[in-house]
Design a protein around this ligand. Structure first.
Ligand code: FER
Length: 289
C-alpha cells in the first residue's frame, strides 16, 4: 500500500494535467440571457448613400451602455450569413444581450458594433434563391461598399477613431469569408479580423494572405473558429494550416458544434473580449491546446 500511494498520486497528477490541457474556453451559462437590472446599450438603424450600389442602404448599429457623443469609440463591423441581412445578428445572435452582459462585468472595451447588409446589390433582401450567382457575387462586391461608402459614413457621423487599430471586422459563414477576404485584403483598414465558420467564399490561403510577413507585422488579432461538426470546416482548416505553416500568430478555435448561432454566439462572446486591448499571443494556445 505504501508503494501504491506515490504511484496513485502521480497517475492523478498526469490525468488532471492532460485533462486541463484539453479544456477550451467557452461562454458560461447565462451569457446570452437578458438581464433587466443592468444597463442596456441602444440599437438603431442607419442609412447611408452607397455609390457602389447606387442606392441608399441600411445597417444596424449597437451603442454600448453609457454611450457618449463626447467620447471616441473603436468599431466592430459584424457581418451576417448567406440567408441574412442587417438584422440577422440582432435576431439570431443577440449581440446586444451578450454585450450588455459583458459590459456589466467590465469585460469589454466600449465599442460601436455596425451590422451592415453584406449583399451589395440594389435588391439586397434575403428573399428567393439566396444562392443565386448574382447574390453570391454581391457578397464579394460588398468590399467596395464597405471600404468606400459605409466606413466613411460611420466615421463622418459617429464619434469613432479613424485608424486601423480601432477597426475590427468579423462575421459568420459568408460573413466570415468576407471578413477574412476584406480584412486580410485591406490591412491598412483593419487590425482585428475574425472568421466564424467561414464559407466557400473564403479565398484560398495564398490569395488571402500572399505576404504573410506583412500580415504578421500588421495584424493585432486574427481569429478563425468553426464547429467541429460543420460541413464547411475545411475552409477554416486550410486557412489555419497555411497560417501555421507561415508562423503567423492567430487563434484557431475548434469548438463542439454545427453551423448555427449556438457556435457564433459563443465565438462572439470570446472574440469580442479580446478586441481593442493589449494582445497576449501566448494566450492564443488556450483556444487550441
Ligand atoms: C456554399 C455553402 C454555404 C456557399 C455558401 C454557403 C456560396 C454559406 C452559408 C452561410 O452563409 O451560412 O456552397 O456557396
Amino acid at each position: 500500500m505504501k508503494r501504491l500511494i506515490p504511484i496513485l498520486v502521480t497517475l492523478i497528477f498526469i490525468q488532471t494535467t492532460v485533462c486541463a490541457q484539453k479544456q477550451i474556453p467557452v461562454a458560461p451559462a447565462g451569457f446570452d440571457v437578458s438581464q433587466t437590472e443592468i444597463p442596456h446599450g441602444k440599437i438603431d438603424t442607419i442609412q447611408y448613400v452607397s455609390k457602389t450600389v447606387g442606392a441608399t442602404r441600411k445597417a444596424t448599429i449597437y451603442f454600448p451602455p453609457g454611450y457618449l457623443k463626447t467620447k471616441k469609440y473603436p468599431v466592430l463591423y459584424l457581418l451576417h450569413g448567406i440567408g441574412g441581412d442587417e438584422k440577422e445578428w440582432l435576431n439570431g445572435g443577440k449581440p446586444q444581450v451578450i454585450f450588455d452582459n459583458l459590459y456589466a462585468l467590465g469585460k469589454l472595451e466600449p465599442m460601436l458594433v455596425v451590422m451592415p447588409n453584406g449583399r451589395a446589390m440594389k435588391d439586397d433582401r434575403a428573399s428567393g434563391n439566396v444562392m443565386a450567382p448574382e447574390k453570391v457575387a454581391a457578397f464579394a462586391n460588398f468590399e467596395n461598399d464597405l471600404i468606400k461608402d459605409l466606413i466613411p459614413y460611420v466615421e463622418q457621423n459617429y464619434p469613432v477613431f479613424k485608424d486601423r487599430d480601432h477597426r475590427a471586422i468579423a462575421g459568420l459563414s459568408m460573413g466570415g469569408g468576407q471578413s477574412l477576404n476584406f480584412g486580410l485584403g485591406n490591412l491598412d483598414t483593419f487590425a482585428w479580423v475574425g472568421g466564424f465558420s467561414s464559407a466557400p467564399n473564403t479565398k484560398k490561403p495564398e490569395e488571402l494572405l500572399p505576404d504573410p510577413a506583412r500580415g504578421k507585422a500588421m495584424l493585432k488579432l486574427l481569429w478563425i473558429s468553426c464547429g467541429d461538426q460543420d460541413r464547411l470546416l475545411n475552409f477554416s482548416q486550410r486557412t489555419h494550416d497555411y497560417l501555421a505553416d507561415k508562423n503567423l500568430p492567430h487563434i484557431y478555435y475548434l469548438e463542439p458544434g454545427v453551423h448555427d448561432f449556438k457556435v457564433w454566439k459563443n465565438d462572439l462572446y470570446l472574440f469580442s473580449q479580446l478586441l481593442f486591448k493589449p494582445v497576449d499571443q501566448a494566450s492564443f494556445l488556450d483556444y487550441n491546446p
